[in-house]
Design a protein around this ligand. Sequence first.
Ligand code: GMT
Length: 380
Amino acid sequence: MRIGITCYPTYGGSGVVATELGIELAAKGHEIHFISYSQPFRLSGRDDGIFYHEVPVSSYPLFEFPPYDLALASRMAEVAEFNSLDLLHVHYAIPHSVSALLARQMLAARGRHLPFVTTLHGTDITLVGLDRSYLPITRHAIEQSDGVTSISSYLRDETNERFEISRHIEVIPNFVNCDVYTPFRDDATRREARKRFAKPDEALLMHLSNFRPVKRVADVIKVFARIAGEMPAQLILVGDGPDRSSVEWLAHDLGIHQRIHFLGKQERVNELLPQADLLLMPSELESFGLAALEAMACKVPAIATRVGGVPELIDHGDTGLLYAVGDTEAMARGAIDLLSDPVRLEEMRNTARQTAQKRFCASLVVPRYVEFYKQVLEQQ
Ligand code: GMT
């Protein structure tokens, strides 16, 4: 198939999923065309079967807000025509599904049919999509999509309920390449890699996010402060975003900044994750929680919150631990108990990796997208 993919190319889970999907599909022989305002950050630009088409957005003194969604629609239609695309797959409804709808209409007027699939990721529904100024157009674009998928059952139900629609939404969970996200081959290699951040007797915790308020990074610091008060421990923070500065202040105020490594945005998180003993993901809401899945594939269970689609990924007590939002005391207690019980921790680490392999491996999930594309194309 020849598939156009549009996503937010910068730091963020939906862009990661879209990019990894494109890479996996290209490896299976499909021709993939990314259409976005910049090259998705996980693309090397050298991948066979992958093409990138930038969307130029020109400004003009009249345009206080340059109309990216219109420029995107025009580019989608052009790329589809020049490259005979079979379909478009847009990730994150706003504004991508609206642009795809316009592109479909533009091509229809020229006698070409271009179906599009929308994948819902989270705040496109739970936050942004419910803003009154976006709700009607988002609902319209979802209803008009030729196929809709969501990354968890939670998000499917939320969409149908909150948007008061009842169309079929196919649940296709997020996935991870278990050959790329993998534990170290042996303990000696892991010990060597961890040396940069932790002494042999220290626990190593990690957090990975875009530091937006929904991630509650301050809770990561509070949980870590409690852990570090009871045992030797270090924390690695991967990512950057609006809450970074306030979180650094909090670390200083609590006197634990010397045990915290702020690494900023990192490209090869698969090399960092397997160094950790535990991931901390105390989010206010996660429709899935891709960071936790990537960690699980690296044999790192998460201390997380029981929100959104997270319980569809993490079984409390087996592949991680789940708590109420904001209950930093319980999260810290859970982490301390686990870190103090190496047998239980090792068991949970193994089960986390096995679950990632058995249920969320790219080799299992990506064919479900291909199957869904075929269904959509057959219905045309
Ligand atoms: O919806 C968002 O907040 C943005 C989005 C992103 O681009 O990072 O995150 C969502 O999609 C991820 C990938 O599918 C999921 O792993 C995240 O759980 C989800 N975020 C939320 O639901 C808050």
